[in-house]
Write a protein that binds this ligand. Structure first.
Ligand SMILES: *[C@@H]1O[C@H](CO)[C@@H](O)[C@H](O)[C@H]1NC(C)=O
Ligand SMILES: *[C@@H]1O[C@H](CO)[C@@H](O)[C@H](O)[C@H]1NC(C)=O
Ligand SMILES: *[C@@H]1O[C@H](CO)[C@@H](O)[C@H](O)[C@H]1NC(C)=O
Ligand SMILES: *[C@@H]1O[C@H](CO)[C@@H](O)[C@H](O)[C@H]1NC(C)=O
Ligand SMILES: *[C@@H]1O[C@H](CO)[C@@H](O)[C@H](O)[C@H]1NC(C)=O
Length: 282
């Protein structure tokens, strides 16, 4: 059951370091993100920004990218909201990141805020409006990249998301339009994904993600919360290999993720492994 990959517990962790292969696409960032280097990123939990983990607690020198979580989708395709994540801290986040030579990204969506992705990308008009909402936000706050965390296209997440069989194709059409926008063309665009590729209109995991490989700089695979107290069996939070769990309980791993995404056409050098910096008790 793939839903366990991103249970709400995910959002309790505020820094999930990632290590990766080498994204090959070069953008002309105002901030020279060192593209020859692996992506070294962490998600910063905006909702802990004044209580728990302050900006001053960030080890900026360990990263070339920090991702502020979460910018939320709203019922109005023209609007995005930082409401749940200390909006007043966000401009400071961007300027602190830049001061340290770190690219400032924003995570859009997440477990609780993916509710309106499907309707936002459902029609050509909505995609155009959503592109404008995202690029306006990035321009307004001088953001270097967007990590799109739609949980999940054509697969229900938190329970009340809008959803359509066409989600994955509409998502791609949205991303293609975002890339055509002069602001969008310069952004580093990534997606936080499940272990297996997006569900397509047939209801199965996509076997061809080459279109996505063209528009994403990289994907960040959420290989954590694979097992936790919600699971029927005890298992590793972030398994390197399926064999980390007993044969009957295996539900995926980093090895499975890399196999599935590369088999579907995502180049190895565009896959960043999400690594948990925390564990679960059972
Ligand atoms: C969207 O933004 C506009 C302009 O800021 C505002 O008037 C409207 O209430 C917002 N809609 C929602 C659903 O928040
Ligand atoms: C932000 O939160 C306030 C208070 O909870 C609410 O009234 C407002 O509609 C929210 N705005 C958006 C865009 O979600
Ligand atoms: C387009 O977006 C609006 C919200 O701004 C929404 O009400 C509408 O349902 C969306 N269209 C579709 C087909 O989902
Ligand atoms: C899905 O897209 C096809 C065209 O590609 C369209 O005919 C169909 O109505 C769409 N389905 C939904 C549920 O929007
Ligand atoms: C994963 O497990 C399989 C089966 O035991 C093994 O062949 C493979 O080498 C393992 N991969 C890694 C990265 O440990």
């Amino acid at each position: 059951m793939w839903f366990v990959l991103t249970s709400p517990l995910l959002v309790l962790s505020f820094a999930l370091p990632q290590a990766s292969a080498h994204p090959q696409r070069t953008h002309h960032h105002r901030l020279a993100t060192p593209r020859a280097e692996p992506v070294a990123a962490a998600w910063y939990a905006g909702w802990h920004a004044t209580d728990g983990f302050l900006l001053s607690d960030v080890s900026w020198d360990k990263y070339n990218t920090l991702i502020y979580s979460f910018l939320e989708t709203t019922p109005d395709v023209h609007n995005l909201s930082l409401n749940g994540s200390e909006p007043s801290v966000f401009p400071q986040f961007v300027s602190e990141a830049h001061k340290h030579g770190v690219a400032a990204h924003v995570a859009l969506g997440g477990w609780t805020a993916s509710r309106w992705f499907s309707s936002n990308v459902a029609t050509a008009d909505n995609r155009t409006a959503f592109v404008k909402a995202v690029t306006d936000f990035c321009r307004q706050y001088d953001v270097d990249g967007v990590n799109i965390d739609w949980e999940y296209p054509n697969s229900q997440g938190t329970g009340c998301n809008t959803i359509s069989p066409n989600d994955t194709q509409n998502f791609l059409a949205f991303l293609q339009e975002l890339r055509k926008d002069p602001v969008g063309a310069k952004l580093t665009i990534s997606a936080a994904t499940s272990i297996l590729p997006f569900i397509d209109a047939t209801g199965s995991h996509s076997t061809d993600v080459t279109g996505f490989a063209e528009v994403f700089d990289y994907i960040t695979v959420m290989n954590y919360d694979v097992f936790g107290p919600w699971s029927a069996a005890v298992g590793p939070n972030a398994p390197l290999n399926d064999t980390c769990a007993p044969p009957d309980d295996q539900v995926g791993s980093a090895v499975t993720a890399v196999k599935a995404w590369t088999a579907a056409g995502m180049p190895l050098n565009k896959i960043v492994l999400g690594v948990a910096a925390y564990g679960h008790s059972f």
